[in-house]
Design a protein around this ligand. Structure first.
Ligand SMILES: Cc1ncc(C[n+]2csc(CCOP(=O)(O)OP(=O)(O)O)c2C)c(N)n1
Length: 313
């Protein structure tokens, strides 16, 4: 990995990118009681390392399809921060002109093709893009990101089968945080996600250390190289932990849904919690970038009536 000149080394570059996402989402938490953010929010605090590691291994021309929990991917893939904040405010300068909200972010100029509130619905879009890449002989790879809950859906299985059958250059990334809303993996699934994906003849990888952006980046960079060479699918399952509640800016520990012990065990390994020296070093620059994004969102106009049917087909 070539280190950006403003960072001491590649570790600090990845750390900065993860910190930028965490502080952005913590700002959402601060702003939320004001009702200025009009959209429901699914925060990825605790899961940033996976988005950072995956996106670091991709080029802008590689395409990404994600879920409603994708603030981290939008920022890690290079999406414009003020346009994202304006989108959360519902303003016309937002990346979806105020119509998309937090759950439907897109930044096609940097390869983030779309996110959706409908679980598993962007997986076939990624497979379709991979089919187009194959037919048009493009050298890009396509990445589909989804949660463990998406593997409960029929379209997930149809997508894996189609990608394997037609040997398409798509990398499936399953973010396994152990929960689909308030339902545990162990209460829903009789299968191991990664072993089951292998049944389609797709090579698989399991990464238990979803808190470790270096491990995710290095592993994923090898997978991208392999997918580019073979022009065939690959499947990665990453173990991770969502710190906040499923949707909203609170947590779900008091309700007894998840245990604080589990949270604390992940936090004890989380570089953003441990490396207080680097947090102190990079926080001022990140906070001023976020301040500017908030000012932009607040100063931006609302969409007019003329926007209602624009871009709607
Ligand atoms: C097709 C469909 N079924 C059900 C829902 C309701 N729903 C919203 S989020 C969610 C949980 C999905 O969990 P997972 O895919 O593991 O992602 P995570 O929220 O953990 O990131 C469900 C079932 C939905 N949005 N779409």
């Amino acid at each position: 990995m070539k280190t950006h000149p403003v960072f001491a080394d590649s570790y600090e570059e990845l750390f900065y990118k993860a910190l930028r996402i965490r502080l952005f989402e913590e700002r959402i938490i601060d702003l939320y009681p004001s009702d200025k953010i009009q959209s429901p929010v699914h925060l990825s605090i605790g899961q940033e390392a996976v988005a950072v590691g995956v996106c670091q291994a991709l080029k802008p021309s590689d395409l990404l399809f994600c879920t409603y929990r994708s603030h981290a991917y939008y920022l890690a893939k290079g999406g414009n921060m003020p346009a994202m904040m304006a989108e959360l405010y519902g303003k016309v300068t937002g990346c979806g002109r105020g119509k998309a909200g937090s759950m439907h972010l897109a930044a096609p100029e940097v390869g983030l093709m779309g996110c959706s509130a409908v679980v598993a619905s962007t997986i076939p879009h990624a497979v379709g893009a991979a089919l187009a890449a194959k037919i048009q002989k493009q050298d890009r790879v396509i990445v589909a990101v989804f949660g463990d809950g998406a593997t409960d859906e029929g379209v997930y299985h149809e997508s894996l089968n189609f990608a394997a059958l037609h040997q398409l250059p798509v990398i499936f990334v399953c973010e396994n945080n152990g929960w689909a809303a308030y339902s545990k993996v162990s209460a829903r699934q009789a299968y191991s996600i990664v072993k089951h994906a292998g049944v389609y003849g797709i090579p698989t990888m399991h990464i238990p250390e979803g808190y470790d952006f270096v491990k995710v980046y290095e592993t994923f960079a090898d997978i991208v190289t392999q997918a580019q060479r073979t022009r065939s699918p690959y499947f990665v399952e990453v173990q991770m932990f969502r710190y906040m509640e499923h949707v909203g800016v609170g947590d779900d520990y008091r309700q007894g849904i998840r245990s604080r012990d589990e949270l604390e065990a992940w936090q004890a390994r989380d570089p953003l919690m441990i490396r207080k020296d680097l947090v102190a070093k990079y926080t001022p620059a990140v906070q001023s970038e976020i301040d500017a994004a908030v000012r932009y969102a607040e100063a931006s106009p609302w969409p007019g009536r003329d926007e209602l049917l624009k871009d709607v087909v």
